[in-house]
Design a protein around this ligand. Structure first.
Ligand SMILES: Cc1cc2nc3c(=O)[nH]c(=O)nc-3n(C[C@H](O)[C@H](O)[C@H](O)COP(=O)(O)OP(=O)(O)OC[C@H]3O[C@@H](n4cnc5c(N)ncnc54)[C@H](O)[C@@H]3O)c2cc1C
Length: 288
């Protein structure tokens, strides 16, 4: 059962910052798709809920070729999935959103809430990190921006300080000849992934690998870049053998935990397979 709480509904970002700073035992709520679950389970019982869902300043998708993509924190998964500009320039984001939970959840859940919740099995983070995304966050004391990969500190823990909100996700326009791919392995469709892998590959003029990113989901306490495998690929003419080697490195350089859904060994194996497949897929797209 959910505890009694006081409901705060700021109309502007400035009001939200002020209310958040003023109330000590206060949790932000946006779509409620993760928060209400932990409240219902009695894991937290905040005295105040600060509802930021209706703050218009945080609800937008903006794009230009120089600045890239900027997504306001309260933008829902469904809006991202349906965005023409994202479909055209970041198709991997659309295919990821399309497999996140169900339409009902995507209609309520937001990108800011997903990132702030910092579930290591969350879908958007690995894809966004593979796309070199940044995150803007802040509060009454000011705003900061950092690479999204540095934002995650531990299981369900981020770089947010007390009184700070996630404000915006920023994704640069991928370089020419870049491909990106993401896949999660889940037992039930519309559920969180048992594990997941995202990859992006950029080719240079002579078809060799200029840049690569490999990011695993639910392979440790935070989304995990596999830098050893990325370094293996850069400067080389890519092929299936290299992707298999990269997959092997990924399956070794991770810290998945066993639970009722899969053993640690099983997770490592799937992560290796997914990494190889996502690299191949990203490579094909980069060549096209
Ligand atoms: C049935 C079901 C299936 C799901 N499946 C998936 C899945 O497949 N993949 C996946 O990634 N997720 C999944 N989720 C989780 C959920 O969809 C996401 O985490 C969702 O995006 C959360 O967004 P929200 O706006 O609802 O956040 P809320 O639940 O409102 O908040 C989540 C957390 O973030 C904080 N918060 C919210 N917004 C901000 C902000 N702007 N700044 C700072 N803190 C903030 C809250 O205080 C809370 O701690 C699933 C959820 C359900 C219920």
């Amino acid at each position: 059962m959910i505890n009694d709480f006081n409901y705060l509904k700021p109309g502007t970002l400035k009001e939200a910052f002020a209310m958040y700073a003023e109330h000590d035992d206060c949790k932000v709520i946006c779509g409620g798709q993760s928060l209400l679950i932990v409240m219902r389970q009695g894991m937290i019982a905040p005295e105040y809920l600060l509802d930021i869902k209706h703050i218009k300043e945080l609800n937008y998708i903006k794009f230009d070729k120089k600045e890239g993509l900027r997504i306001g924190a309260t933008t829902t998964h469904r809006t991202i999935e349906k965005s023409d500009v994202i479909k055209k320039n970041y198709p991997v984001l659309v295919s990821m959103e399309n497999k996140l939970a169900s339409i009902q959840v995507r209609n309520w859940g937001t990108i800011g809430g997903n990132i702030a919740h910092a579930d290591p099995a969350g879908d958007p983070a690995p894809v966004l990190i593979a796309l070199k995304a940044g995150v803007k966050f802040g509060g009454a004391a000011g705003e900061r921006t950092m690479p999204l990969e540095d934002f995650f500190v531990d299981y369900f823990e981020t770089a947010l300080n007390k009184g700070e909100l996630v404000l915006e996700i920023q994704v640069p326009l991928p370089e020419p000849k870049t491909g990106a791919a993401y896949q999660k392995f889940n037992l039930l469709e519309s559920d969180m992934g048992v594990v997941a892998a995202a990859a992006s590959v950029t080719l240079n003029g002579n078809g060799k690998c200029k840049d690569a990113r490999i990011v695993l989901g639910n392979a440790g306490s935070t989304p995990r870049r596999i830098k050893g495998a990325e370094e293996l690929l850069v400067g080389k003419a890519l092929n299936e053998k290299l992707f298999a080697e990269a997959g092997k490195i990924a399956s070794e350089d991770c810290e998945p935990v066993a639970d009722i859904h899969a053993s640690e060994e099983n997770r490592r194996h799937i992560l290796g397979v997914l990494t190889k497949r996502m690299l191949q897929k990203a490579f094909e797209e980069a060549k096209a």
